[in-house]
Design a protein. Structure first.
Length: 197
């Protein structure tokens, strides 16, 4: 059954139809919330709140947009509200369960991949909420700039600019971390050469 058919049935009070929509999109909504708030438990709560809001307002949903886009807009708004109310970010979270398993990598490759993901997530967490949302919607959810503009508001051009700016900022954060690691390694090397008295 298509989303439009499931939505029409849910709007008529068919609870199993809405539950099917939840099953279809719960992983994506949770992944979006996880990237936005960097906290697994909060992401679960925010995903549940997003579906609850969707259920409450499903009758008001006009099918001139895709249900998925409408649902992401609700989830993003839940995350924005949470981020506004929280004074500081939590520790970065590696939501490995969101990644689809492919071929099993070697232990060495897995360690490198984990470290790269950790660094990326830490850099992502430092972005402003709207830039984090644009990156998540574009890269992880595969939305077009037009769809992103429908979720976040604004135009497709603004979404593209926001995405490009977010990528530049991410690159700077990752580069800064690389420079810091090089500096730390250099200082340790120098410290090792200093004779102890």
């Amino acid at each position: 059954m298509t989303d439009a058919q499931l939505v029409s049935r849910a709007q008529a009070g068919d609870l199993p139809a809405f539950e099917e929509l939840v099953q279809k999109y719960q992983r994506e909504v949770y992944g979006l919330a996880c990237r936005m708030v960097s906290d697994v438990e909060e992401a679960k709560d925010l995903a549940q709140q997003a579906f609850l809001q969707a259920f409450v307002h499903i009758r008001n949903f006009r099918q001139d947009a895709q249900f998925r886009t409408w649902l992401f807009r609700i989830a993003i708004n839940q995350c924005y509200n949470f981020l506004k109310s929280r004074k500081k970010f939590g520790d970065p979270v590696d939501c490995e369960e969101l990644n689809l398993a492919g071929d099993e990598p070697s232990p060495e490759a897995d360690l490198v991949a984990r470290d790269e993901r950790r660094r990326l997530y830490e850099a992502l967490e430092r972005l402003p909420a709207k830039q984090r949302a644009v990156i998540t919607l574009k890269v992880e959810q595969g939305l077009s700039y037009q769809e992103i503009s429908e979720v976040l508001g604004g135009t497709a051009g603004a979404a593209r600019v926001n995405y490009c700016q977010a990528l530049k900022t991410l690159k700077k954060h990752i580069q800064t971390e690389d420079d810091h690691e090089v500096a730390m390694r250099s200082s340790k090397t120098v410290a090792a050469r200093i004779p102890r008295r």
